[in-house]
Design a protein around this ligand. Structure first.
Ligand SMILES: Nc1ncnc2c1ncn2[C@@H]1O[C@H](COP(=O)(O)OP(=O)(O)OP(=O)(O)O)[C@@H](O)[C@H]1O
Ligand SMILES: [Mg+2]
Length: 170
């Protein structure tokens, strides 16, 4: 089965009404990331919805294998002001990106880097080839004492999507 844009019609509306003042966290070439509440982040594609949906599928695969990633809630239509946009909704992680950690001792930084490396090894163990992997795509949560990996749209695993599409068809 070919994944087509028709799937957008099957997105549910995000069950938390309209977001009048979403806070923009960051904007990249491909997407814009908004904090839409204390619990949720919405990653909104600029043009390529399917690339982001792929990221959601990968996030779900990683999450199910106990890799530390923000909880992947799914693809939803969300309403910003009066605009309806498809978005990938995930858990909001309060923290700092690993490449911008400040005011930490060397011990603390070593501990965080070890946690990061451990997650990366787990990802390699389950067979993903990672693209754009680095400390800029990881968040340190002081509260949970955990490192979360983010941004997997270009990661690959042989057969991953084939299997997934098979499941989706049934
Ligand atoms: N779940 C999250 N919780 C808190 N902050 C987040 C979360 N996801 C992303 N961010 C913030 O938003 C920034 C951009 O996110 P991300 O790396 O996924 O997008 P990007 O680099 O623009 O990706 P792409 O190349 O797919 O467009 C991150 O560096 C991080 O600061
Ligand atoms: Mg990124």
């Amino acid at each position: 089965m070919k994944i087509t844009n028709r799937r957008i019609k099957r997105l549910e509306a995000f069950p938390e009404q309209t977001f009048e003042f979403p806070e923009k966290i960051d904007q990249g070439a491909e997407s814009i990331v908004y904090k839409i509440s204390n619990k949720y982040v919405a990653k909104v594609p600029r043009h390529n919805f399917l690339r982001l949906e792929k990221e959601f599928f990968i996030a779900r695969g990683l999450y199910n294998k106990n890799i530390s990633v923000p909880i992947p809630y799914g693809m939803f239509n969300i309403t910003f002001w009066d605009l309806v946009r498809p978005a990938y909704i995930m858990e909001y992680i309060p923290g700092e990106r690993l490449d911008t950690l400040r005011k930490l001792s060397k011990n603390e930084r070593d501990k965080i880097n070890n946690l990061f490396s451990r997650e990366i090894e787990k990802v390699e163990d389950i067979g993903f080839t990672m693209d754009d992997v680095g400390t800029h795509n990881a968040i340190w949560s002081p509260e949970k004492q955990k490192v979360y990996l983010i941004d997997f749209s270009d990661w690959k695993k042989p057969g991953f999507f084939k299997k997934l599409i098979g499941k989706y068809k049934k």
